[in-house]
Design a protein around this ligand. Structure first.
Ligand SMILES: [Zn+2]
Length: 272
């Protein structure tokens, strides 16, 4: 697209529709990137489980991690390009003539890239929902409950100031959510999970169905701590993806237990 813009010398009216079209092309490109970022966490979790069975995977995981970061970079640059195209379009509509549109576009892109290159990995990724999803899906293969803040999982670089940034960065992730693997009613791992469509909670199907039925027609308050959403059976939806994640975690728990018993039988000290 830079090439096409660079052929443009001065602005004419025919350029405005072309700018709109370029913007649409960036939109569809971003949709592909988003589909890719939504799949990488699943692939990462599969690899992590594969590794726990004694296979080496560290280079694959780190390549996927890099791939996720690259996609985030591309999504952001596409956002920037769209904004710039918008600004150029407005400028044309207002009747402004820029001497060289392509040059101005290139100059703002260069400024953007130079600024982005100055950022540390923490600044780029620690608060991005796609990166949170990627790391948390790998984390939850072994661990239940909250993942440490991403700022603790990305090595500090010059420019990352612990004291100044930590309070701001901690736990602030736009759009990312950790899933609880335990049913708030049974307190055991979710069985045949269903998700609420009115709050971010999930339950074992049999338990929540009975709980709602007992409450009668008005519905029942969500049983998760501090959640006051009112649930009816219509607010429950199937959660096959979550079911897979809980099963994967349950396999890890079983495996650890098996190893622990094996160690006991062998008379070796038990490591917990
Ligand atoms: Zn709830």
């Amino acid at each position: 697209m830079d090439q096409e813009l660079s052929e443009v010398g001065t602005i004419d009216a025919a350029l405005a529709p072309r700018l709109r079209q370029l913007k649409t092309e960036y939109d569809s490109l971003q949709n592909y990137f988003k589909i890719a970022t939504s799949w990488l966490p699943e692939v990462g979790a599969e690899l992590e489980e594969f590794a726990s069975e004694g296979n080496s995977n560290s280079s694959y995981i780190s390549r996927l991690d890099q791939g996720t970061r690259d996609l985030i970079d591309m999504l952001r640059e596409a956002d920037f390009r769209k904004e710039t195209l918008d600004a150029l379009q407005r400028s044309i509509q207002e009747g402004n003539q820029e001497e060289d549109l392509a040059q101005s576009y290139r100059a703002s892109l260069d400024t953007y890239r130079a600024g982005y290159a100055q950022k540390t990995a923490r600044q780029k990724y620690a608060q991005h929902a796609a990166y949170f999803d990627f790391r948390s899906r790998i984390w939850e293969v072994h661990s239940e409950g909250a993942m440490p803040p991403l700022t603790d999982m990305i090595a500090a670089e010059p420019g990352d100031d612990h004291d100044d940034n930590h309070d701001d960065d901690e736990d602030i992730v736009v759009g990312g959510t950790m899933r609880q693997f335990r049913c708030p009613l049974t307190t055991t791992l979710l069985e045949d999970p269903v998700e609420s469509t009115v709050c971010p909670h999930a339950y074992s199907r049999a338990a929540i169905t009975q709980y709602i039925q007992q409450a009668g027609r008005r519905g029942a308050e969500c049983p998760a701590a501090a959640c006051h959403a009112v649930l009816t059976l219509r607010n429950l939806s199937d959660a096959p993806g979550l079911a897979r994640r809980v099963e994967r975690y349950a396999r890890q728990v079983a495996r650890r237990e098996e190893l622990r018993r094996g160690a006991q039988w062998a008379g070796a000290p038990v490591l917990d």
